[in-house]
Design a protein around this ligand. Structure first.
Ligand SMILES: Cc1cc2nc3c(=O)[nH]c(=O)nc-3n(C[C@H](O)[C@H](O)[C@H](O)COP(=O)(O)OP(=O)(O)OC[C@H]3O[C@@H](n4cnc5c(N)ncnc54)[C@H](O)[C@@H]3O)c2cc1C
Length: 435
């Protein structure tokens, strides 16, 4: 393993923590001070808080991602995956996207920012029949799925198939679940006006939540406000209830009920990326990498970590929550500290307290808690959009997203169902069959 003359900093992960760490390192360190490399499986960073609007068609998928090669001026971007680490030798095992053949790569400092994955449960049939809501692919799929179900309901003559197509079940009432359901219900409510034989009253939208209330991580009054808005829109909240099994399209629930559906969305929370616990570094019981308040992983590996895969102390005996606003700031502070260490200075502790939270509930509707004040309706919705526009880390993306949102004011929502884009082989196969 050969190291260049400059210290080599390897960043694994191109999400909030990884991208902001790289941007800040570029700002803090001169080119001759360090060689920067970022490894990620995609060549873009996904702005995950905007996924619900991708699902509802209010934001174009390409406008909520930031191309890493454009955003980063002098960080070498390698498309691939971190597969392992040998902290004592300071060697990372990398599998590049092209041939996937693993190779060893030396580093002087390594940043682990792998984020999280959907938390699963041992429910029979779950993985085979449900879809999650953690990635751009899932958001695009769900939009197409909801529109495809409306098409099925309009065209089928089988009443059972129609009922199944018009039943949408979401499991998990955290903010991502609530936002996804609310945005997709809004899309379906809008879209069904274009179908002669469909109305909102024909549809059934169900949210299954194990706790006695939705949005358990937020202020109780915010959760109650969101529940009120959803119920007023006809969403069925099954609280204190769990999914027990999934067989084909039939769901068994813990309250003895069952549902038949073509659309099951599983979003009961997240777990740290499983690789974090296999890197030979110290982890907590949840599988998050232990870091000190300066975001250093203890031990010999010169490792740092931030974001959803790290247990970042909050200075009050607990850990910082897994959120975009924390991951972004942790990534920046990590870079500041890493630069200080390379220059022989002491790192500084990470300090941040959230100033607010937003939950979108569809077009023109949201709830928020900002600087201790509760807001709802259009005011909260406008503030949320303004906030995300200012936080987008690229002027190009800011402009494109603003144009999407402006176009949404006078024009009706686009309800084209592009699900066939997932099957590019079909036209040639059809041509072959026809000839
Ligand atoms: C639907 C949804 C809505 C959300 N809404 C909000 C919100 O409103 N407000 C808020 O604050 N937070 C929100 N969050 C949470 C927030 O997005 C996350 O907390 C944040 O993205 C965490 O940042 P991260 O850098 O740790 O992980 P991520 O941003 O997920 O980045 C992880 C990166 O690691 C990469 N990676 C994975 N495996 C490997 C590997 N083996 N090698 C190299 N790279 C790898 C991934 O491709 C990705 O680039 C939401 C999340 C979701 C899913």
């Amino acid at each position: 393993v050969s190291l260049g003359e400059r210290p080599r900093v390897l960043i694994a992960g191109g999400g909030f923590a990884g991208l902001y760490a790289a941007l800040e390192l570029e700002r803090r360190l001169r080119e001759e001070e360090a060689e920067l490399e970022l490894v990620a499986p995609e060549n873009f960073m996904t702005y995950l808080p905007l996924l619900p609007e991708v699902a509802s068609g209010r934001a174009e998928p390409r406008h909520v991602v930031v191309p890493l090669r454009r955003a980063l001026a002098r960080t070498r971007v390698t498309l691939g995956e971190l597969r392992g680490l040998d902290p004592r030798r300071r060697v990372a095992l990398i599998a590049p996207a092209g041939d996937g053949r693993e190779h060893e790569q030396g580093y002087d400092q390594v940043v682990i920012a792998l984020g999280s994955v959907s938390k699963l449960a041992p429910i029979p049939g779950l993985v085979e029949h449900a879809v999650g809501f953690q990635t751009l692919t899932e958001a695009i799929h769900l939009r197409n799925q909801v529109l495809a179900c409306l098409e099925v309901a309009q065209s089928t003559r089988d009443p059972q198939a129609r009922r199944r197509a018009l039943t949408f079940v979401f499991v998990g009432g955290g903010y991502a679940g609530v936002e996804a359901l609310a945005e997709l219900e809004d899309l379906a409510r809008d879209a069904c006006r274009a179908y002669p034989d469909l109305s909102r009253a024909d549809m059934r939208w169900v949210l299954v939540e194990a706790a006695e209330r939705i949005l358990p991580s937020l202020d109780e009054r915010l959760g109650a406000g969101a529940a009120h808005v959803l119920r007023a829109r006809g969403v069925e909240l099954r609280l204190g209830c769990q999914l027990r099994s999934v067989a084909e399209r039939r769901l068994e629930l813990s309250d003895g009920g069952h549902l038949e559906t073509d659309t099951l969305v599983w979003m009961t929370g997240i777990q740290p990326h499983p690789l974090a616990a296999r890197l030979g570094l110290e982890c907590d019981q949840q599988g998050r990498l232990r870091v000190d308040r300066c975001l250093r992983v203890p031990g010999p590996g010169a490792a740092w970590s931030a974001g959803d895969c790290a247990a970042v102390p909050d200075g009050r005996g607990g850990c910082q929550p897994p959120s975009a606003q924390h991951a972004e700031r942790e990534g920046r502070q990590l870079a500041v500290n890493l630069a200080r260490v390379l220059r022989g200075s002491e790192p500084q502790p990470f300090r941040y307290r959230s100033r607010g939270e937003f939950v979108t509930l569809g077009d023109g509707k949201a709830i928020a808690q900002v600087l201790g004040r509760r807001l709802d309706g259009r005011a909260a919705w406008t503030l949320r959009r303004g906030y995300y526009l200012t936080r987008m880390p690229s002027p190009d993306r800011r402009a494109r997203l603003a144009l999407d949102w402006l176009a949404g004011l006078p024009f009706a929502r686009d309800t084209a169902q592009l699900g066939s884009a997932q099957h590019p082989d079909r036209p040639l196969q059809a041509a072959k069959a026809a000839s």
